[in-house]
Write a protein that binds this ligand. Structure first.
Ligand SMILES: Cc1cc2nc3c(=O)[nH]c(=O)nc-3n(C[C@H](O)[C@H](O)[C@H](O)COP(=O)(O)O)c2cc1C
Length: 204
């Protein structure tokens, strides 16, 4: 029996989504739960290319067991042509066994993304990430408008999930509203995970 944790599963090439993941982890930890940060390898046009099993830096690669045993999930990707990035989609396409066994049914999940342009597809990317999670039977926690930063932001932040605007050079740091909303998403996910775990404990 492992300690309960929320899995923060993401892909990031230039660091913006990684930074969002770290902020979401802080929100999760604020609720007293472990945040397990995991990434996925890039995919290559070379069919035979194999990534080293441990990345050179940053979070470890996610295993299916990380996903199977989580109490909740935060899923993050850069926006790529208004959609999630292929490496994350590739990982999700390998989760059929979890779907067949209903391993993720009833667990809370939220999503996050980063874009280079302000209206470059944050919402569509977030929605694209929600689709497989709904197929898995997960319970979606977006961000409520009781979060004042959602009304005040001049950058990222949506009711569908946390978002960030990295700018044309991809170097714009998370601003205070974006940080607040990342942490709020993590906190909300973790609190929901705790409530659901406690409910399951009472049923047993
Ligand atoms: C192939 C590709 C497609 C992209 N498509 C979009 C897009 O549709 N809209 C947008 O605003 N930014 C787009 N971007 C920019 C990234 O979403 C943005 O730089 C993001 O902040 C990268 O996150 P990362 O630093 O975590 O890798 C694209 C980048 C690449 C490489």
């Amino acid at each position: 029996m492992t300690t309960p944790y929320v899995l923060v599963l993401y892909y990031s090439r230039n660091g913006s989504v990684s930074e969002m993941a770290r902020q979401i982890a802080r929100g999760i930890e604020q609720a007293g739960l472990e945040a397990r940060l995991r990434t996925v390898p890039a995919i290559s046009a070379e069919c035979e290319a194999v990534a080293p099993s441990i990345p050179d830096e940053g979070a470890l690669y996610a295993s299916l067991d990380d996903l199977k045993h989580c109490s909740g999930l935060a899923l993050g990707s850069p926006t790529r042509f208004g959609n999630m990035a292929a490496p994350l989609k590739y990982f999700l396409d390998g989760t059929s066994n979890l779907w067949l066994t209903g391993a993720l049914v009833g667990k809370p999940a939220g999503v996050f993304t980063s874009t280079a342009s302000l209206h470059g597809g944050q919402e569509t990317t977030l929605m694209s990430m929600l689709l497989p999670l709904l197929h898995h039977g997960m319970l979606i926690t977006g961000l409520p408008y009781s979060e004042q930063a959602l009304l005040d932001t001049q950058g990222g932040g949506t009711p569908y999930g946390a978002s960030h605007h990295s700018g044309p050079d991809g170097k714009r740091m998370l601003d205070q509203h974006e940080i607040t909303l990342c942490r709020a998403l993590g906190l909300r996910l973790a609190k929901t995970a705790i409530l659901l775990e406690n409910g399951r404990g009472q049923e047993a």
